[in-house]
Design a protein around this ligand. Sequence first.
Ligand SMILES: *[C@@H]1O[C@H](CO)[C@@H](O)[C@H](O)[C@H]1NC(C)=O
Ligand SMILES: *[C@@H]1O[C@H](CO)[C@@H](O)[C@H](O)[C@H]1NC(C)=O
Ligand SMILES: *[C@@H]1O[C@H](CO)[C@@H](O)[C@H](O)[C@H]1NC(C)=O
Ligand SMILES: *[C@@H]1O[C@H](CO)[C@@H](O)[C@H](O)[C@H]1NC(C)=O
Length: 472
Amino acid sequence: MRPSFIFATLITILFFLSLIKSIKSVQEEEQYQNDQESDRVFILPGQPKGPSLSHFSGYITVNRENGRALFYWFFEAQTEPFKRPLLLWLNGGPGCSSIGYGAAVELGPLRVKRYGTELEFNRYAWNKEANLLFLESPVGVGFSYTNTSSDLDKLEDGFVAEDAYSFLLNWLRRFPQYQAHDFYISGESYAGHYVPQLAELVYDRNKDRKNYPYINLKGFIVGNPETNDYYDSKGLLEYAWSHTVVSDRVYRLVNRVCDFRLLNWTNECNNAMNMVFDQYKVIDIYNIYAPKCNLDQVSSSTYETDAKSSSLRRLRIYSGYDPCFSNYAEEYLNKPDVQKSLHAHVGGKNNGRWQVCNDSILNTYNFTVSSVLSIYSKLVKAGLRIWLYSGDTDGRVPVIGTRYCVEALGLPLKSQWQPWYHNNQVGGRFVEYQGLTMVTVRGAGHLVPLSKPAEALVLINTFLMGQQLPKH
Ligand SMILES: *[C@@H]1O[C@H](CO)[C@@H](O)[C@H](O)[C@H]1NC(C)=O
Ligand SMILES: *[C@@H]1O[C@H](CO)[C@@H](O)[C@H](O)[C@H]1NC(C)=O
Ligand SMILES: *[C@@H]1O[C@H](CO)[C@@H](O)[C@H](O)[C@H]1NC(C)=O
Ligand SMILES: *[C@@H]1O[C@H](CO)[C@@H](O)[C@H](O)[C@H]1NC(C)=O
């Protein structure tokens, strides 16, 4: 055989090989697109007639071997979805659901009404500004599950971030039309850990384009975020004292017996802090001037210390809990016809009951990270857009602690602490540093979009546009 013949044959074979490969990948893409359409949500029970919304929900597998799948609910932007950024929202806990809080009572376009029988349209929904993605994370929360129960003993920040990252990659394969959109991550409370950690993972892997697809991450925003245990605990105590929740005596006692720099509080400190939390039992710690919900609470251990380790571990209570609203959300999301419309199942795994916060996750979660401030320093340097906001009537992750955290970063000041306005009233204050903005929302509790929906919409819009909050 002549060399040129061999060469031609080789080229032909290569050509057919690449053809087969591209047909295969086209087929794969088509499969993903089909999955997308089968996740479409049509009319939900109790949904208002208008306006019409384009939304999807379902499961994304994050680990094939162990059978882990995370549940999402996605709302296209109300106008021009093809132009607007993609925004992921995460709630905290750990163990609380972004569907039950974020979507159903805070910033989603369909909020659960009182008594949980109907939905109402939320005029201040954040999908006015962005394509809005809610994720129930980690496995064990809400409708998200694992087929390998030992996974549930391994939950800690690193595990959560890895699964959320896999979720993102696979979700973007199912919704490839969003792959090139600007992408932002948002969340509140314990998501003060999840959000920067996920951003860091995306940022690091974006540099390794050989092994990982690129995600067009532009920044993140967190509300009343748990950021640094020491500053957050110090802030919690000082807030309780300065807002007349506890006496001078209790304040002095805690200051004397507690060292918040320790990972595990001493018995003495736990007892003293219980005096603080006792005062918060009779009001709503998440919104100290709001009326307290007097319905029976669904989750029992909200203010209790984990029984088996009460003396050793630090006191843990949910971040992100409004008992009345969660009752309605639980009522609604446990309806079989609602679950069917959302392509969700709670089947065998948890006695068929969906819960807004899962106590057993809070109690078994391995708290391995006491501060995420170093991630801030790294990602500020990387040039991501980073905002923190804080509802100033939250006693759980109060604005005082967040101020300490921001101060500790030592960033150069860009503009002074000053008021921002909405409807000719002060909406809160803001301060700008090189690479980071901090905003307060006046009169808002832990769940800012629930307390101050109009102000929260101004806030997210301003963040996404990369602008400055209105100064008059
Ligand atoms: C979990 O197990 C069920 C029952 O075998 C199966 O149908 C499902 O696909 C599994 N989930 C995942 C994510 O593999
Ligand atoms: C804190 O308490 C946990 C749980 O009881 C224990 O496993 C851990 O070793 C303790 N850590 C320190 C630093 O004492
Ligand atoms: C809560 O989490 C535990 C694991 O910590 C899991 O076994 C259980 O099924 C979950 N419960 C609900 C109601 O989702
Ligand atoms: C929690 O995580 C730490 C650090 O990864 C590990 O050393 C420890 O064994 C874990 N604890 C539990 C109870 O799994």
